[in-house]
Design a protein around this ligand. Structure first.
Ligand code: AMP
Ligand code: MG
Length: 406
């Protein structure tokens, strides 16, 4: 049995990012940049005014004795256009927000700090002295030509889309989405639209995993349930060859019918098949014919939890993300937890902010078959291997499942 950390490391060293595709910017939302983005121009591209007002020379704004300076207005410059003449000392030019600062001017004074004879006034009085650079946004002040603005592996959110647009990236290189095959196993498992017969249970895992895979940003394909026979499993795995990753549930423990790892050993390689944790000791990882295979336990809670711990970062690495892991925070546990197994225990909990602390309320019976313990859970409280008991009020770490990866 290996530790959770070792399992994760073994998985991630085997996984490399998928190939790059080019997509129009508006389709890049939620995808991952496949290459660094270097600014090809200064942003802003030219010095411009941050206010509606008058462009002038700052030294002309200083009062002479107690006389308010009065300047001749020689014209104007609007956003989108260039001034048709340079600014002369002792004069001013009307300017709007975003308009290029006319040559010769070193400051802009906002209209509220001036007095004039209306829109077409040929004079303006300056009611307050301004410093050089006042209300001027310099070229390259935001981003410099040649600067690496975004690095590969960055997730493209709405804000990154805005930055890519400003830099002129109409087409964006992104890592394509992973296509993940889901294979359920077990003679007792039937599809959810079939009538329940004696001894049978519905396939909850394939559907839960489909949702979890899509939440991780990949495309999920349910291939149905393989029977507990070598032939049936071979058939499913043959079908799964065209995918980037195979995720199975069930069939990886030590029971007679646990054939997934035998087939992996025969047709590929088993990297590991047991982890020192609860729920979910029987997790297998390796490949079949070069396609990575993550074999999750059959118990629904085990398969849900182990997907979060191993499947989620695996898929993110496939898809090129540089942030793979959900954040861990320190929480105070509201209820006691027993851990007699000497295995790392991941306890489903609802974490809330209470009296200036994050407080974890565990979600009832933590049996690996008890699906209702997933309800309302937004965190996994980590009980270390060596700690037999956690008391109410103790501080422990928790993985925040709904927080963005860091
Ligand atoms: P296994 O890992 O195959 O020994 O399965 C462990 C437990 O998980 C058994 O009680 C199975 O009936 C149950 N199980 C296996 N596959 C599924 C599934 N797709 N949906 C719900 N429960 C399952
Ligand atoms: Mg089974």
């Amino acid at each position: 049995m290996i530790s959770v950390e070792e399992a994760l490391e073994r998985i991630l060293t085997e996984i490399t990012s998928l190939n790059t595709i080019q997509v129009p910017l508006n389709e890049a939302l939620g995808m991952v940049l496949a290459q660094d983005v270097i600014a090809q121009e200064d942003i802003p591209p030219f010095a411009n005014s941050s206010m509606d007002g008058f462009a002038l020379l700052s030294k002309d704004s200083k009062p002479q004795g107690d006389k308010t300076p009065r300047l001749r207005v020689t014209g104007g410059v609007a956003a989108g256009y260039l001034a048709d003449h340079a600014l002369e000392p002792g004069t001013a030019m009307r300017i709007t927000t975003g308009a290029p600062v006319p040559p010769g001017a070193d400051a802009v004074i906002q209209v509220e700090l001036t007095r004039s004879d209306g829109r077409d006034s040929d004079w303006v009085e300056i009611l307050q002295a301004v410093h050089p650079g006042n209300n001027i946004r310099l070229a390259g002040e935001d981003m410099r030509r040649g600067q690496t603005v975004l690095t590969r592996g960055t997730e493209i959110r709405a804000w990154e889309i805005g930055i890519l647009a400003t830099l002129g990236w109409a087409i964006v290189p992104v890592v394509r989405r992973a296509r993940v095959a889901i294979v359920g196993t077990g003679d007792e498992v039937i599809d959810i639209d079939q009538p329940l017969k004696a001894g049978k249970i519905r396939d909850s895992n394939s559907y839960l995993l489909e949702g979890a895979i899509r939440t991780a940003g990949a495309e999920a394909y349910r291939l149905g349930i393989a029977h507990d026979t070598v032939e049936s499993l071979h058939e499913k795995f043959d079908e799964a060859r065209q995918y980037d990753l195979i995720i199975t549930s069930g069939g990886v423990s030590v029971g007679d019918f646990d054939l997934v790892k035998d087939i992996m050993a025969e047709k590929g390689h088993v990297n590991f098949w047991r982890i020192n944790m609860r729920p979910g000791k029987p997790v297998a990882f390796g490949h079949i014919g070069g396609i990575p295979l993550l074999g999750l336990p059959g118990n629904p809670v085990s398969s849900a939890v182990t997907f979060e711990l191993f499947g989620h970062p695996l898929i993110r690495k496939l898809q090129g993300y540089n942030r793979l892991h959900k954040p861990q925070i320190e929480v105070i546990v509201a209820n006691g937890i027993l851990n007699q197994a000497m295995r790392r225990h991941y306890v489903r909990a609802h974490v809330v902010w209470q009296n200036d602390h994050f407080v974890a309320h565990t979600t009832g019976n933590q049996g690996s078959h008890v699906m209702s313990s997933l309800l309302n859970a937004n965190a996994l409280v980590i009980v270390p291997e060596e700690s037999g008991e956690v008391h109410p009020g103790d501080k422990v770490k928790a993985i925040m499942l709904n927080w963005p990866e860091e």
